[in-house]
Design a binder for this molecule. Structure first.
Ligand SMILES: [Zn+2]
Length: 187
């Protein structure tokens, strides 16, 4: 079973409950299957692992209730995840110029492993102005999840000084590709 780390789930729940307020958050939880519902109704422990399938359900329900079903909400969710993640671990190094956009992208799979146990992130290409990243796993994700990945990449780059970031998902597991493939350029 593929899993996602509690730190990530915690950021997502903070985002959703803040954006939606108490009533909408209840609607979001009510949308989930019973197992996922009870999982995310309890306190989230940052060090625990949570079922990726339940996490996918949560993201889909959030898009339904917070953005009228628009999966692009994922971009904002992914940004929040990495803002919390990098802000905690690398706070002192950010903005010092010691971590360049290329360096952080070259090490993206190390960061990735802090969040996902079975999803595999591969850096297909990276240089000082662009990165191409592939993500594969046994479970096909909903589109909002793919947008969250893209949002996380954009946020990570911007936090180490990348400007004018532009990203897109070139290929997606949802439309039959073997991996979700992202291309991001910056200046
Ligand atoms: Zn995808």
């Amino acid at each position: 079973m593929s899993q996602v780390k509690g730190t990530c789930v915690k950021s997502v729940i903070e985002f959703g409950s803040k954006r939606g307020g108490g009533e909408k958050w209840k609607d979001i939880l009510a949308e989930l299957k019973p197992e996922a519902q009870s999982l995310f109704s309890r306190a989230i422990l940052p060090g625990d692992w949570y079922a990726l399938e339940a996490y996918h359900q949560l993201l889909v329900a959030m898009a339904k209730h917070l953005s009228g079903g628009d999966p692009k909400l994922g971009i904002e969710i992914g940004r929040k995840i990495m803002e919390d993640g990098l802000g905690g671990v690398y706070k002192v190094l950010l903005g010092t110029g010691l971590i360049s956009p290329k360096l952080i992208m070259s090490n993206a799979n190390l960061l990735w492993k802090r969040y996902f146990d079975k999803e595999i992130l591969t850096i297909a290409e990276v240089d000082i102005r662009h990165v191409r990243i592939q993500v594969t796993a046994p479970i096909n994700p909903p589109k909002v999840y793919c947008h969250a990945l893209l949002g996380g990449i954009l946020q990570s780059l911007e936090m180490v000084g990348a400007k004018n970031t532009v990203g897109q998902e070139l290929n997606c597991r949802q439309t039959g590709s073997e991996s979700c493939e992202f291309l991001v350029n910056w200046t």
